[in-house]
Ligand binder design. Sequence first.
Ligand SMILES: Nc1nc2c(ncn2[C@@H]2O[C@H](COP(=O)(O)OP(=O)(O)OP(=O)(O)O)[C@@H](O)[C@H]2O)c(=O)[nH]1
Length: 325
Amino acid sequence: MPAGKYEILVVDSSAANRALLGECLSQLGDVDVAFAQDGGEAIQQIAARSPSLVLIDIHLHDGNGIELVRRIRNREILKDESEFSLWMPVIFLSPLIDDDMVARGIIAGGDDFLHKPVSEVILLAKVRAMLRIVGMQREIHAAHRRLKQISTLDGLTCIPNRRYFDDTLNTEWKRCQRTGAPLSLILCDVDYFKQFNDIYGHQAGDLCLKAVANALSESLFRVEDSVARYGGEEFAVILPGTDLRGANAVGERMRTAIRDLRIPHTQGIKAFVSCSFGVAASRNLSDCPAEQLLRSADQSLYQAKKRGRNRVETLAPAAQMASLT
Ligand SMILES: Nc1nc2c(ncn2[C@@H]2O[C@H](COP(=O)(O)OP(=O)(O)OP(=O)(O)O)[C@@H](O)[C@H]2O)c(=O)[nH]1
């Protein structure tokens, strides 16, 4: 059996059967066994423990095992989970097994049948086979998670990339619209970066971008805040639940953090690397699609560049309104 701990839920209305099955299953290494005496208890246990495998007696004192599995599978469909949910195999236990029962049990969402009284050898063999598939499924799930993580990270700076930014902005915009909370964005661009590359070389430029990305990340204190590499030497920050005042404060903290790196740049502002920041915020997201908020931040950034760089700018309220409508 593959490495890892598994939990098996035994659903049987007979205390003697539960004890017998529990004893038999305890022979498997790395397995915990939990018990439910009826369908109601089984549903609760599944919600609380997410077992790796369920054994269900076909006759429960609060109903039929096949009906219970139908309910379990319907609840799985309704669950608002990630796109990759783990399959939980179900084995029925029944004294009599006929074709009709097998067909109904499998259609309801069960995976296999075992005759009662259960042969210890067959039980252990079938459970091992199911857990082997569960183990492979876990490995696929872990690989999927790793790939997903890699696909949303920027290769150079190791902070989230543009794809992550687009997805997160979309999600946070919807969330803030639902809750009525404000949403702020900051766009940040390294000043005179072309000259930096020209003077110090592309490799030094890459190191500079890494240091900037790190300083920007470390300037964020709330878990819901995020910074991503938006492109080339540009970064974008999402601040859910933050108003313009708060966003300006974060921008100012980031600006100072970059200056405090004291990366020499003979053509930069006072001979050090600096960044310009454009801030935009909206409280009424129904009237302001995410793209407009982004456009407003971009215009603020343009203003910061125009007004001398190494600064945090927001459009004046009237201009901001114009860019947001
Ligand atoms: N080293 C390095 N340079 C990059 C990377 N991505 C973009 N750049 C460079 O960043 C520079 C951006 O230059 P510009 O858009 O002209 O802006 P700037 O020189 O910073 O001028 P201002 O933004 O107006 O202050 C270009 O020379 C790009 O080649 C990267 O991953 N590594």
